[in-house]
Ligand binder design. Sequence first.
Ligand code: NAI
Length: 484
Amino acid sequence: SLTALDYKVADISLAEAGRHQIRLAEHEMPGLMALREEFADEQPLKGARIAGSLHMTVQTAVLIETLVALGATVRWASCNIFSTQDEAAAAIVVGSGTPDAPAGVPVFAWKGETLEEYWWATSRIFDWSAEGFDGPNMILDDGGDATLLVHKGREFEAAGSVPEADAGDSHEHRVILDVLRASLAEQPDRWTKVAAGILGVTEETTTGVHRLYELAKQGELLFPAINVNDSVTKSKFDNRYGIRHSLPDGLNRATDVLMGGKVALVAGYGDVGKGAAEALRGQGARVIVTEIDPICALQAAMDGYQVARIESVLDQVDIFVTGTGNKNVITAEHLQGMKHQAIVANVGHFDNEIDIAGLEALAAEGQAEKIEIKPQVHEWRMPSGRSVLVLSEGRLMNLGNATGHPSFVMSNSFANQVLAQIELHAHRDRYDLDVYVLPKHLDEKVARLHLAALGVELTELTPEQAEYIGVAVEGPYKVAHYRY
Ligand code: NAI
């Protein structure tokens, strides 16, 4: 008999609606479905206890059920306060049960969490007492918040106390310290035990990967990591073609403003910025790019975009989009110099690309006013009398104002996630405390799994051709440093 399932979602009665969407998404996620078939008998994730922190969307639901189909036990939270699709969360909790007797996966996620609720939910994916364990043995992370909690928790336990926040610390940093202070008081070795049990983490995004390399460089990484982001079939597809789809989706649902003829600025011309610029140009906007890297700036220029500093074009731009993974890209001063009803949106992982804290400080002094147009759409009235429209309070707007990337592209990303989980779970002994990418033959495999659905006819090398270019007929076809 099942013990009552532990979970917190917005509305469990949305499960049926979520199940319909998941069913349709499965058809659009051939990579994940092929892995379910390939590994059905082998059950390579048997014994894996996965703590997942990744946007709780319909696509993630298909990922979760794939992990379970391969033998894993899973607990899940979202990695953003606005990104959960409540119907998907409900369906995953209900699983093969009913809303009254759910039999699926414990999910702790709903759209519109406070930061306190968010970090509570993140800490819940590490509580495996209901399953009879000290913690998970795998982390599946997006942006590194789950990994951060374990590292900080263990660090403070080793020090014997959680430091007081500094005056300049963000509200979110204070919330994390509070969560860890409470846990230290309750169980002084909780995170030490959790960390010791973890075989590894697989990380989804650019920003999370950046954090992992920093930890590895400082010798502080507690378990090996697979960088899923830098699989070619992840960052060159999800970051780019995913954004190309979900950025305009978010802009439309939030504002329905006509993009054609407008001036749009894209900050950052990496994988995400390239997709954003292409989407906006596709809608007829005139796109200006900002970059700090001369290579990416030159790429943008060769692709036909104006490349400028934000200060030079501030009063011309109708739609601002940040996707740099950097902070203070749009400052409070920039915000005050913008056109009336300029739209300001971020698709980078964290909310510090746009200085919302600066706006809030202005509001606290009575200089700016925040008016809610609808959830995740706010008009900020500036001292000048002009307004700007801020989407998703500066957080990932393609997930906050829309439903994130579509299934087909996420099937590529998540097939890499599943392969990375299988690898680290089975072969922890092959890895040091470092960050790794999946081997190229697996990257090529992920792409291969998605060809038939698009009617792609792949040309096969003849043995003579293969020998001539120095590769095996069955691949891999490129050297490791090839950039695609
Ligand atoms: P990337 O490293 O390929 O590109 C970022 C670009 O921003 C770089 O070319 C860099 O030179 C540039 N940059 C840095 N500071 C800048 C500044 N101050 N002004 C102008 N440009 C600047 O990274 P990628 O993969 O494009 O990811 C960007 C962000 O988007 C990351 O935070 C990542 O985690 C996130 N992301 C979001 C997704 C979503 O669904 N919204 C999907 C995938 C990634």
